[in-house]
Design a protein around this ligand. Structure first.
Ligand code: NAG
Ligand code: NAG
Ligand code: NAG
Length: 289
């Protein structure tokens, strides 16, 4: 009985040892796997912990049919551009990074290929959107039109480079923040168009505008694109500069008049006072004691 026990435990020890050896022999997995995506250009990146390792990237949206990415087969790079593979965009994909050894006749046993799954990624919902360029055009004293240029993606269709509008279609909105320059109160408008009329501005005031893509159909954390730099409209300049020569002459004339009046009044007053003092003194001295 005791001998059977020791044989059993020896067996357990042995298999544990074999497993450990096998694990040491298997190739290191790709580390820190993550997605970087901007304007629908989507790249899978990772880091490596070995040398002479090659990687092959597969992808799938249902985790059953795996396709190889044609540009990422047995390569030494640690990133793979999957922009053209992840279509249709509005699906949640998973990638599988397989590690191989550059030299097949190495120490590593062939059946010990190691692989690692990427986090899931949906380009349509998670690709970052860069800041959009725009112009501000004055319509009248209280209204401007903001014309936004939809950022371009790196996706081409029939020789044409597509904009984010051509992919997001009516899901693409824009947020516009604006404020009177020098004031802290901000106002915000949202529009589903790339041309936005902003009205009820104070005439003659300078306003500053910033825009960002806004996709309300996405999850909260990825709804906003990057904010653009601000653009300001010129106010009808400083009132001081706008004064005509006539106005300046008028001001100078008024100032001189006020000065002359002040001086005259002061002089007259002093004379009066002195005279009254004198009369008082004379009355006092002539009074009988
Ligand atoms: C999008 O941008 C944010 C902020 O810069 C970053 O943390 C995130 O990883 C980016 N996402 C993708 C998919 O590139
Ligand atoms: C933004 O648009 C303006 C006017 O169309 C242009 O002059 C400017 O170069 C553009 N800026 C960028 C960063 O594309
Ligand atoms: C300015 O233009 C807008 C749109 O064209 C119009 O609705 C508004 O009444 C105009 N305002 C003035 C003060 O002319």
């Amino acid at each position: 009985m005791a001998s059977l026990k020791s044989v059993l435990s020896l067996g357990v020890c042995l298999s544990a040892w074999i497993i450990t050896i096998a694990a040491q022999n298997s190739l290191p997995q790709a580390q820190n796997v993550h997605w970087v995506s901007l304007d629908f250009k989507t790249i899978l990146t990772w880091t490596t912990e070995g040398s002479d390792l090659t990687y092959t990237v597969l992808y799938s949206w249902d985790k059953t049919d795996w396709l190889e990415s044609a540009d990422c087969i047995q390569m030494l790079d640690t990133e793979c551009d999957l922009t053209h593979n992840l279509q249709p965009y509005d699906r949640t994909y998973t990638a599988d990074i397989q590690t191989e050894h550059e030299m097949p006749e190495s120490d590593y046993p062939l059946e010990e290929l190691s692989h690692v799954y990427s986090p899931q990624f949906n380009p349509y919902k998670e690709s970052n959107i860069s800041a959009a360029n725009f112009t501000v055009e004055k319509v009248n004293k209280s209204t401007v039109i903001i014309s936004i240029t939809d950022p371009l993606t790196s996706i081409h269709e029939r020789g044409k480079q597509l904009s984010i509008r051509e992919i997001l279609k009516s899901d693409l909105h824009y947020k516009i923040i604006y404020y009177k320059s020098g004031s802290t109160g901000k106002r915000e408008v949202t529009s589903d168009s790339s041309k936005v009329e902003v009205s009820q501005l104070d005439p003659g005031q300078s306003y500053c505008f910033m825009v960002a893509a806004y996709i309300p159909s996405r999850p909260k954390t990825t709804q906003h694109g990057a904010w653009s730099r601000q653009r300001c409209t010129p106010g009808s300049n400083d009132t001081l500069q706008e004064w005509s020569l006539g106005a300046w002459v008028g001001v100078v004339f008024i100032l001189i008049t006020v000065f002359i009046i002040t001086v005259t009044v002061t002089i007259l007053c002093c004379k009066c006072c002195r005279q009254r003092n004198k009369t008082l003194q004379t009355t006092q001295s002539s009074a009988p004691i």
